[in-house]
Design a protein around this ligand. Structure first.
Ligand SMILES: Nc1ncnc2c1ncn2[C@@H]1O[C@H](COP(=O)(O)OP(=O)(O)OP(=O)(O)O)[C@@H](O)[C@H]1O
Ligand code: SF4
Ligand SMILES: [Mg+2]
Length: 316
């Protein structure tokens, strides 16, 4: 499979009232054509910020820098605003994290489908797209407003626009299943896979749900405190996690505990980790040493994973 996206050294700093917040720190990743790459990590670890940076939709006051962001041979960060606008939706589609807040409450679904798709969706096309995401029964409700639909229905509508209206090369899916019940979740995952198999697009799929990631992703990246702390083939990540945070995440999965056994939470909180100068996980890590507190671990290869941990791979 050839490479579609290469990100090297991505940094994003938000300006907030409390000062600067380095939300994404030195993140590098690649994505092959037709690949589904998962991103997981605690709330606030920077997952959505990575996607928003790739769409170039961050607030104007935000500082964004990267050594390289190459999308199909185009340097995304040096594209003019007009070219980037043309690329958005057509070649890179975003399925946003919160469907209800991504759609205007005072505009009919018909109008929004048309706007969001860059004017290519007429009623006949909308009926076809809704049918493809299992919403054929709603075709006569295009004149309704977003609040008249369920979260799952809106999520599928946004998916129809992001993936089907232009069949973009890259789909950025920000927690597309989080607000949905398990049966609808399964349908959405199936749909993502079917579309990828049919259209051959690449997907970055952000989710807190490790089970969902394990079902659909080829590789999974783990974020913590703005760093991408581990990246591996899905099977390797789940069977041979190398980073202490990845291990703790997997250990916290209820399915890994015997019935009646106490559920294991990761002690401490992620709060403040973006500002630490050494390893962001150090305050919560059993294996931390003095080096971890003072020196940021660079990414390195351990087994089949790329890991940011000074001590990963040491005999344990
Ligand atoms: N527009 C913004 N202005 C200032 N800070 C922001 C902004 N958006 C996000 N942040 C902060 O940046 C950090 C990363 O946020 P981000 O939304 O990328 O996290 P996330 O991993 O997607 O979390 P979640 O799993 O909760 O969606 C957080 O500390 C968040 O509070
Ligand atoms: S670098 Fe140190 S603190 Fe960070 S995860 Fe590895 S052992 Fe733990
Ligand atoms: Mg998010």
């Amino acid at each position: 499979m050839s490479e579609l996206l290469r990100v090297e050294g991505l940094n994003v700093v938000y300006r907030t009232r409390g000062g600067s917040l380095p939300a994404v720190r030195d993140v590098s990743l690649t994505l092959r054509r037709g690949e589904i790459l998962g991103l997981v990590g605690e709330s606030g670890s920077g997952k959505s910020t990575v996607l928003t940076a790739l769409m170039r939709m961050l607030p104007r006051s935000t500082r964004v820098a990267a050594e390289r962001v190459d999308f199909a041979g185009t340097d995304l960060f040096s594209l003019g605003d007009d070219s980037m606008r043309r690329l958005r939706g057509r070649r890179i589609g975003l399925i946003p994290q919160r469907p209800m807040t991504s759609l205007s409450p005072v505009t009919t679904v018909r109008k929004q489908l048309a706007l969001l798709s860059g004017g290519v969706i007429d009623d006949a096309c909308a009926h076809r797209l809704l049918g493809e995401v299992g919403l054929g029964g709603l075709s006569d409700r295009l004149g309704d407003y977003p609040f008249q639909f369920s979260g799952g229905q809106l999520q599928r509508m946004l998916m129809a626009i992001a993936v089907l209206a232009h069949e973009p090369d890259l789909v950025l899916a920000d927690e597309p299943t989080t607000t949905l019940d398990v049966t609808v979740q399964a349908q959405i995952l199936r749909l993502l896979l079917d579309l990828r198999n049919r259209l051959g697009n690449s997907v970055i799929f952000v989710s807190h749900d490790l089970a969902a990631l394990s079902q659909v992703c080829d590789r999974v990246g783990v974020m913590y405190g703005g760093h991408l702390v581990e990246m591996a083939e899905t099977r390797d990540l789940f069977t041979k996690p190398q980073h202490p945070y990845t291990r703790a995440l997997l250990d916290a999965l209820p399915a890994r505990r015997a019935r009646g056994e106490r559920l294991r939470a990761i002690p401490g909180t992620v709060s403040g980790s973006h500002h630490l100068s050494g390893c962001p996980f150090a305050p919560r890590c059993d294996a931390a040493t003095h080096l971890c507190a003072v020196d940021t671990p660079p990414p390195r290869r351990v087994g089949s994973s790329t890991v940011r941990c000074h001590h990963a791979g040491a005999a344990s």
